[in-house]
Design a protein around this ligand. Sequence first.
Ligand code: 6PG
Length: 251
Amino acid sequence: MDEATQTGVKVLVFETVAELYREAAAALQKLAEEAVADRNRFLLVLAGGETPIPLYQRLAKEPAHASFPWQQTHLFWGDERAVPPDDPMSNYGMAQANLLQAAPIPEENIHRIKGEVAAATAAREYARVLQKMAGNGLAWPRFDLVLLGLGADGHTASLFPGSTHPSRPAQATLAVTGSYDQRPTSRVTLTPPVFNSARNIYFLVMGANKAETLASVLQEAGSPVRYPARRIKPPRGTVTWYIDGAAASKL
Ligand code: 6PG
């Protein structure tokens, strides 16, 4: 593994994807254990897409299955597509199939975005879920870890190129449309201020088709409107990039 560090940003490049998932799972579990030791709960935001699937599968198996602090873990989603939970395109459905059905996580700790209702309604309802979890009159909790992916077009979560999103603390969730890779276009996403208040963010990026975009994002070339992943900059948090050799080829 090659490692480069700037303040608050770590870029980890792995020779094999097996090593990447192993390291990401181990680091994630360590964060969970520290969060539970410090605050008695671990607030984790899951990413959709395909890249995190092997990570979720790894967490669902031993040794994590038995040793992970599932009882104190609360799961949220960074974005959801407007499809029912049992649709093959549902981000919740993906997590259910690869993690939730095997991991002993209490039902009441699973906070999904309702893809089966109109996106504007789901966004409003999810903002209330976040507010309730935050308590103390806050609009959302400070997440311990947010998992994110990167689209070849520069999107992350459902923050798509060309759209402006609130950058000051205001709205926690948005209903948006964004077209990518024949996936559902109507979506709900958390907003940059929510992601940027997190304690930790892991981006998981793989594949040669993302190499150019990844280079632009990491080298801060092109505008954040063109590359929404550039908007992820938690002032009081860390960002770790888990990247395979193919995605890193233009760095
Ligand atoms: C979604 C995601 C999205 C994803 C990227 C990368 O709902 O599609 O949350 O932001 O992370 O599109 O997707 P892949 O991991 O499949 O390349």
